[in-house]
Design a binder for this molecule. Structure first.
Ligand code: SF4
Ligand code: SF4
Length: 336
């Protein structure tokens, strides 16, 4: 496994990290098994969040007795100082540790958010305080907004940034260059474009060819995914001509108007699971799973036809997707 230095820190993290989102669907014994296998394959970096329901707790259980083998990152959406202090304490409790290596401000989305977290009684000062007490080691920021991170990297306040990066979303490359110049660690989220990319090996290889990226954090909820993903970090040879052509093809096919399944658009007042519905169209049209997708679609209670076009989801989508229009296309696709 290749290891890369995380910004100015002394930490050397595996090029393939462990993304803590999908383990929410498993149980703590399974997570223990997954993390033991990850250790054997050289993975030493884990990223979770207060917002990922049971993820921190499962990880805490799974790492009991083996904490020192891991570099743990988590994050919180708290925006004010008091809430952030409570969240750090909660993360420490969930993760069963007295020290978190990297704590991040999670999904700082708007200018308002950004100035709030950096204000006198904002979340950033809570993290500084916790760092002073030795409860966290480093401070990072995550966002889907290039504008926010372009500002954040210049402040000298953050040791890492996390931003989406994959073969169909490479708009962050200039930002990553700048981060590298400033010796700021770069964590690539959404390596599989939220499930839109199915060739995991190619997707990860593409990301890690970029030396400005410190680590990519695919979610891994099965042993097979661990085998497949860690192989990439073990042998980072350059992209072949065939692979490059394939990347061009995939980019053309997906375009930019596709759901990354981040879930930020919810909750829909009509109870529609927006990413869940949108992906079924992709399964039906792109992956040839027509019958399977139709069965799944018609078994869902609240579907595209139930959208009342209130538009609240679109205001929250970090990719500015025209969700209402996309749901109309879903209706057409399923003859509804
Ligand atoms: S526009 Fe439709 S899908 Fe979006 S929140 Fe409103 S009802 Fe739900
Ligand atoms: S529609 Fe937008 S906000 Fe909702 S899951 Fe997809 S990418 Fe995320």
């Amino acid at each position: 496994m290749e290891y890369r230095k995380l910004g100015k820190s002394e930490l050397k993290v595996s090029a393939i990290g462990f993304g803590g989102i999908p383990i929410q669907k498993t149980n703590k014994e399974q997570v223990k098994e997954l993390l033991i296998r990850c250790e054997e394959k050289g993975v030493n970096f884990i990223d979770t969040a207060r917002g990922y329901t049971v993820s921190e707790e499962y990880i805490g259980y799974a790492l009991e007795g083996r904490r020192e083998k891991w570099i743990i990152a988590t994050k919180s959406m708290a925006r004010d100082k008091d809430s952030m202090i409570k969240d750090v304490e909660k993360s420490l409790e969930n993760l069963r540790t007295d020290y978190i290596d990297l704590y991040q401000l999670h999904n700082v989305k708007t200018d308002e958010d950004y100035y709030k977290v950096l204000s006198e009684d904002g979340a950033y000062n809570a993290l500084l305080e916790m760092k002073g007490k030795g409860k966290i080691g480093h401070i990072g920021i995550t966002s889907h907004s290039l504008d926010i991170l372009n500002i954040a990297v210049e402040t000298g306040k953050f040791e890492t940034i996390m931003y989406p990066y994959n073969l169909v979303e490479n708009q962050g490359e200039k930002l990553f260059n700048r981060a590298k110049e400033l010796n700021i660690g770069v964590i690539a989220m959404k390596p599989m474009a939220g499930g839109a990319l199915t060739d995991g090996k190619l997707a990860l290889k593409y990301i890690l060819q970029n030396n400005n990226v410190t680590t990519a954090i695919p979610g891994m909820a099965t042993l097979e995914e661990i085998e497949e993903n860690t192989k990439v970090g073990e042998n980072l040879d350059i992209l072949t001509e065939d692979e490059k052509n394939k990347i061009v093809e995939i980019s053309k096919e997906l375009g930019t108007e596709f759901c990354r399944r981040c879930g930020y658009c919810g909750p829909c007042p009509e109870g529609i699971d927006i990413p869940g519905i949108l992906i079924l169209k992709a399964y039906k049209e792109r992956y040839g799973l027509q019958e399977w997708a139709e069965q799944r679609y018609y078994s869902i209670k609240n579907r595209a036809k139930d959208c009342v076009e209130c538009g609240s989801c679109e205001k929250k989508c970090p990719y500015d997707l025209p969700i209402r229009k996309m749901l109309k296309e879903v209706r057409k696709c399923f003859n509804e």
